[in-house]
Ligand binder design. Structure first.
Ligand code: OTU
Length: 614
C-alpha cells in the first residue's frame, strides 16, 4: 500500500483511486487532443503533477466538502437550490461587503452565489471583469484573494456555494503572458494566436462570426508592431491558444488555484470558442469538449467538490453538447431564457412549449441553470428549424423581438437598449433589467405580473433557478452606468444597476412595487423549497390547446405539480379536453385556492398556477 507518489496526500485510498481512474482518463483525453504533439508527454506529467500538489495543498475544510459532495453527487438537484448573482462592487462595495449581505441572502433563500469576475483587470474598460490580468489576484478596488477565501468560507458556513468565473478562453492583453508575448518571447507568443501577416487571419475570418462588431470587425486585432492577434471579444481580450499543450497545463494550474480558494462552481466562460480550426466557425468544435473533459478530469482528482457551469449561448443542439457529468454538470439554459421573453412579447407560447417538450431533457447527473436574464444581452438563440416548423421565419422574428424589446415596436411595454447591431448581418441583441424590459419603467399595468411569470418559469422548470440580485425587488435600468467613458459604448451596463437601496428598503412595504414583487417572489421561492416535485429536472409538457397558455407537469411520488401560465393580456380558457386526465380535487398553491382542472379552467391575464393534489 505504500506508494511514495501519494505521500502526504491524505485520504489514501480515495485519492489513489481517483488519481488512477481520472488520471487515466486525463491521459487518454490529452492524447486525443494533442495526438503526436512533441510536448504531449511533458504536458501529461505536468498536469498530473499539478493535481497532486493541488490536492496536497487543499484545506481540511475543502476536503471535507469533497467528501460530502462525493457522498451526495446529486446535491445540486435539490428543490432547495436557489442561485443569485451580482457584481461585488455594485452590489456591496466589494468582496468584504458581500459578507455583510449574507443575512439578506439567507432571508431570500440563496444556496448559491455567483460573484461576477472579481479578478485583477486592466485600467479602463475590462469588459466587466472578463478581461483578466491575473487569475491569482483580485481587483484591489474589490478586495484581496484572502477576502474571497473568507467570503467562500462564510457562505459555505451558511449553506451557500460560491461560484466564480473561469475566463479561460482569453486573458487580458496586459496579463503577464500577453505582455511577454507582445515583447516577442517565443514561448509566450505560442500562448496566443499571433501572426505577422494577414494570410492566416484572413483565412480564419472567412468562416468566423463577429461577436462584438462595435469594438472591432472580424476576429483579429492588430498590435502597434503590426502583429495580428486573435481577439474574439474586445481588442484587449486575447484568445488563448489551446492547440499548445502548455496553455492547457498553465490554465489547469490557474483553475486548481481557484478551486483551493473555496470555489464550488466554476462558470466556464465562453466555452464554444476555446478551440480554433481553419475552415470552421471555430466554435463548438469536438476538441472544445475534450478540453473541458480534460479540465474536469483534473478537478475530479484534486477538487472533486467543484462543478463546471457551461456558458454557451449558441444553437440549442450545441448548448446540449457541453452538458455531461464528465464535462459540465451544469449549463445555463439560454433557450428557455430567450423563449420566455419571446412568449411574453408575442403572447404565444408555442415555441417555448415545444422547447419544453423537446429540448428540456438532460443526461442524468446534470442540471440546467434557469435564469430570466444574465448580466449580458438577450440573444435570440432559438433554433431556426424549430421556428420554421411553426411557420415562423426566424430572421424576421428576431427583428421583431429586437424591435419589441427596444421599445420601437408600436405598443411595446419594453424599455430595452439595442446591443451590437451588425449592419452586415442584421443581427442585434437587447440589453436591460428585467423590470424595465417587462413594463415597469413604461408604466404598463401588466408589468409586475409579467416579472413574476418570468421568474415563476425559472423557479419551476427544474435545475437551479438563478436571480440577478435586485430583480427580486424590481430594479430598473440604470442609465447612469453609461456615464463612465469606458462603459458608454457597451449598453449591457444599463442592465447592471447599482444596488437599488431604496427598493430593498421598501421590500416589506406592500404598497410599493418593490414590496409587491418581493413578497410574491418570496412566496414562489418558499413553495419551490416546500414541494419535492420541483427537484431534479424531469418535466412533462402539457399541451393546453391555447396558444396563450403554457402547460407542464413536474412529476413526483405524491403526484405532479401542474403548471399553467397565461402569457396573454386577457382571460384565457383551457378547454376540458386538455385536462381530461387530471380529475378530482386540486389545490392552487400560489393563491391557496381549491381548484378543479378536469372541467377546463380560466386564467386571468399573466396568471400562473402551480397545482397539486390537496
Ligand atoms: C461571455 O459572454 C460573458 O458573459 C460576457 O460578459 C463577456 O463579455 C464575454 O463572454 C467575454 O468574456 O458573447 O454577449 O456563446 O456568447 O460567452 C456575450 C458564448 C458573449 C458567448 C458568451 C459571451
Amino acid at each position: 500500500m505504500t506508494d511514495e507518489r501519494f505521500d502526504g496526500l491524505g485520504d489514501g485510498t480515495d485519492f489513489e483511486s481517483r488519481f488512477r481512474v481520472e488520471g487515466r482518463r486525463l491521459t487518454r483525453l490529452l492524447g486525443e487532443i494533442y495526438g503526436d504533439h512533441p510536448a504531449l508527454a511533458e504536458a501529461e506529467e505536468a498536469a498530473l503533477g499539478l493535481a497532486r500538489t493541488s490536492w496536497r495543498e487543499r484545506s481540511a475544510d475543502l476536503r471535507d466538502l469533497d467528501r460530502r459532495r462525493l457522498a451526495d453527487p446529486g446535491w445540486f438537484q435539490s428543490n432547495d437550490m436557489l442561485g443569485g448573482f451580482c457584481y461585488a462592487d455594485l452590489y456591496a462595495g466589494g468582496i468584504a461587503g458581500l459578507r455583510e449581505r449574507i443575512p439578506y441572502f439567507r432571508e431570500l433563500g440563496l444556496t448559491y452565489l455567483h460573484v461576477m469576475p472579481p479578478f485583477a483587470v486592466p485600467e479602463g474598460n475590462s469588459d466587466g471583469g472578463y478581461a483578466v490580468s491575473s487569475y491569482r489576484e483580485l481587483d484591489p478596488r474589490l478586495g484581496t484573494m484572502a477576502d474571497l477565501r473568507r467570503l467562500g468560507e462564510a457562505l459555505r458556513g451558511e449553506g451557500i456555494s460560491l461560484a466564480v468565473d473561469f475566463v479561460f478562453n482569453h486573458t487580458a492583453s496586459d496579463h503577464e503572458w500577453a505582455r511577454r508575448a507582445a515583447a516577442g518571447d517565443p514561448v509566450f507568443r505560442d500562448f496566443y494566436w499571433m501572426f505577422d501577416s494577414r494570410d492566416q487571419p484572413d483565412a480564419f475570418e472567412a468562416t468566423t462570426r463577429e461577436i462584438f462588431p462595435d469594438d472591432h470587425p472580424g476576429s483579429f486585432v492588430q498590435l502597434d508592431d503590426g502583429t495580428w492577434v486573435w481577439a474574439s471579444f474586445h481588442s484587449f481580450q486575447w484568445d488563448l491558444n489551446y492547440s499548445n499543450p502548455a496553455v492547457f497545463v498553465a490554465m489547469a494550474g490557474e483553475m486548481l488555484f481557484l478551486a483551493n480558494q473555496g470555489v464550488e462552481v466554476l462558470r466556464m466562460d465562453a466555452v464554444p470558442f476555446i478551440w480554433k480550426q481553419l475552415g470552421t466557425s471555430s466554435e463548438n468544435l469536438p476538441q472544445a469538449h475534450l478540453l473541458l473533459q480534460a479540465f474536469n478530469a483534473i478537478c475530479r482528482i484534486a477538487a472533486p467538490a467543484m462543478l463546471f457551469l457551461s456558458e454557451a449561448i449558441v444553437h440549442p443542439d450545441d448548448v446540449l453538447g457541453y452538458v455531461r457529468p464528465d464535462e459540465c454538470q451544469l449549463s445555463y439554459n439560454p433557450l428557455q431564457m430567450a423563449l420566455t421573453w419571446e412568449a411574453l412579447a408575442t403572447r404565444d407560447v408555442r415555441l417555448l412549449q415545444s422547447a419544453l417538450a423537446e429540448r428540456h431533457a438532460l443526461p442524468a447527473g446534470t442540471a440546467w441553470v434557469n435564469y430570466v436574464r444574465s448580466h449580458d444581452d438577450i440573444g435570440w438563440t432559438f433554433a431556426d428549424e424549430d421556428a420554421a416548423r411553426l411557420g415562423i421565419d426566424a430572421y424576421g422574428h428576431r427583428r421583431f423581438l429586437n424591435d419589441y424589446y427596444t421599445g420601437r415596436f408600436e405598443g411595446s411595454f419594453a424599455r430595452g437598449v439595442a446591443f451590437q447591431f451588425n449592419p452586415k448581418t442584421g443581427d442585434s441583441r437587447v440589453s436591460g433589467a428585467t423590470a424595465s424590459l417587462l413594463g415597469l419603467e413604461s408604466g404598463d399595468a401588466g408589468a409586475l405580473d409579467r416579472i413574476l411569470l418570468a421568474y415563476s418559469l425559472a423557479l419551476s422548470t427544474g435545475g437551479i433557478p438563478l436571480i440577478f440580485l435586485g430583480d427580486e425587488v424590481g430594479q430598473l435600468n440604470d442609465y447612469s452606468q453609461l456615464e463612465l467613458p469606458e462603459r458608454a459604448g457597451d449598453s449591457r451596463w444599463v442592465g447592471r444597476p447599482r444596488y437599488p437601496a431604496r427598493k430593498y428598503a421598501e421590500r416589506s412595504d406592500p404598497s410599493t412595487d418593490a414590496g409587491r414583487v418581493y413578497s410574491r417572489m418570496r412566496r414562489l421561492i418558499a413553495l419551490r423549497k416546500q414541494y419535492a416535485q420541483f427537484a431534479g429536472g424531469e418535466l412533462r409538457a402539457l399541451e393546453t390547446g391555447n396558444r396563450r397558455v403554457l402547460g407542464y407537469e413536474r412529476p413526483g411520488p405524491d403526484g405532479p405539480v401542474v403548471v399553467l401560465a397565461n402569457v396573454g393580456d386577457d382571460l384565457e380558457h383551457v378547454e376540458p379536453e386538455a385536462l381530461a386526465e387530471l380529475g378530482g380535487e386540486w389545490t392552487e398553491l400560489i393563491s391557496r385556492r381549491p381548484v378543479e382542472l378536469q372541467g377546463g379552467v380560466t386564467l386571468a391575464a399573466h396568471e400562473v398556477w402551480w397545482v397539486v393534489r390537496p
